[in-house]
Design a protein around this ligand. Structure first.
Ligand SMILES: C[S@@+](CC[C@H](N)C(=O)[O-])C[C@H]1O[C@@H](n2cnc3c(N)ncnc32)[C@H](O)[C@@H]1O
Length: 141
């Protein structure tokens, strides 16, 4: 088969899958993304924030994260906001792993108005030398 047709078919099926996921929505989204740790604390923290923001955007929609306000989008019958690209259902939960730094405070400011509850968790099992911490956001408004 012609390579360009194969690419187009793959693209079409990826787009169908993305639209399907967006329409269905998720009850829980967990981001375990983490950059390859370089040992340069500020660099690793900045990359971790970048990945966390990407997860937040996917979950609640770019405009919501940027505007720092509950979603004012048109909702479909299941309550999903198709035009903003948010993948989390209303009432859904979001968990994001981050590397601790001053910059992660920004996540609290963004998430607090969007969720019923947003809090930080450092599991007891986390090694003492690790800077990993989890943002737990419950109940998307
Ligand atoms: C701690 S591991 C997660 C392991 C995963 N929970 C599993 O069980 O396979 C961190 C992951 O973040 C991913 N990652 C790092 N940078 C990324 C990026 N820019 N986009 C997507 N994933 C990324 C890595 O590929 C790696 O698999």
């Amino acid at each position: 088969m012609d390579e360009s047709r194969t690419d187009q078919k793959t693209y079409d099926s990826d787009m169908h899958f993305i639209i399907y996921l967006q329409q269905k929505g998720f009850s829980v989204i967990l981001s375990d993304m983490c950059p390859l740790v370089s040992g340069i604390t500020s660099r690793d923290a900045a990359l971790s924030v970048e990945l966390g923001m990407r997860a937040l955007d996917l979950a609640v929609g770019m405009s919501t994260a940027v505007n720092n306000a509950p979603l004012q989008a048109e909702l479909d019958s299941s309550g999903l906001a198709l035009d903003t690209g948010r993948l989390l259902k209303p009432g859904g939960h979001l968990i994001i792993k981050l590397l601790e730094s001053e910059d992660i405070k920004e996540f609290n400011q963004i998430c607090k108005p969007l969720f019923r509850k947003a809090s930080w968790l450092r599991p007891k099992a986390t090694r003492s030398c690790s800077r990993e911490i989890y943002l737990i956001c419950q109940g998307l408004l």
